[in-house]
Ligand binder design. Structure first.
Ligand SMILES: Cc1cc2nc3c(=O)[nH]c(=O)nc-3n(C[C@H](O)[C@H](O)[C@H](O)COP(=O)(O)O)c2cc1C
Length: 223
């Protein structure tokens, strides 16, 4: 698989097969992803891998806390600006609408939408979950570099025949994650990532997000 194919075939997979992932494949991905660039080569990422019994115990812990915390824990950071302006607001809205339409959940059916959102907390059935954390002393610049590292992981996963879904949803469970992983105080959870084999037949994996046209995103300043 070349890079263009990895980019083209990556999508946010929200239903995984109950099929184990070879730990060696995860190791290869994370080993190769170390080559990701970062300003000053500070390599600000800290990655934690969950699988097997640890994954089962973690999921059980989250489920045991869910009834008392249906919205998760008070966030440490805002995922979106308080007021998302155009065109970003409409793009976000469309993404949500398209997702729920793909699985036949109408706009009015809030409980069904919440149930689907809660699938995040089951890693969408993925056998492997990654957590990414940053040193609290880091600024927004280093957060961007962690994002580049995460994208490298997502593309390398394609080469292994695996799919992924980045999951900011886990930031609403930062206390539980911190406790479970025994994260040191100086680290702050940013994001999770589900990794596994896609259930290609599941309707939630059969739609694709669109993208703004090139002329909305790219401006050439050539003569
Ligand atoms: C950092 C990051 C966090 C994300 N968090 C979530 C999440 O918590 N749950 C989810 O279902 N999708 C999540 N997504 C997936 C985005 O919705 C998705 O990338 C976007 O809609 C584009 O679709 P695509 O990834 O299928 O190309 C996240 C993506 C990124 C890059």
């Amino acid at each position: 698989m070349n890079v263009a194919e990895a980019v083209a075939t990556r999508f946010s997979c929200r239903a995984f097969l109950d099929k184990p992932v070879d730990p060696e494949a995860i190791h290869r991905i994370l080993d190769r992803a170390r080559q990701s660039p970062s300003g000053g080569n500070v390599q600000p990422w800290h990655t934690y891998v969950l699988s097997g019994e640890a994954m089962d115990r973690f999921k059980a812990l989250v489920q045991s806390r869910l009834p008392d915390n249906p919205r998760g824990e008070p966030p440490e950071f805002s995922i979106y600006p308080e007021s998302l302006k155009e065109p970003y607001r409409s793009r976000r809205f469309k993404c949500g609408e398209d997702l729920y339409a793909a699985i036949g959940i109408p706009r009015e059916d809030k409980p069904a939408r919440l149930r689907q959102f809660a699938r995040n907390l089951e890693w969408f059935g993925a056998p492997v979950g990654l957590f990414f954390a940053l040193d609290r002393s880091m600024g927004w610049n280093q957060w961007a570099h962690l994002g580049m590292y995460m994208q490298t992981i997502m593309l390398l996963a394609r080469e292994e025949g695996l799919h992924t879904c980045a999951q900011e949803a886990w930031s609403a469970w930062h206390k539980t994650v911190t406790e479970f992983l025994s994260l040191p105080d100086e680290l702050m959870l940013y994001c999770g990532m589900a990794v596994g084999y896609a259930d290609e037949n599941n309707p939630i994996n059969q739609w694709r997000t669109d993208r703004a046209d090139m002329d909305e995103q790219v401006q050439y300043r050539s003569p």
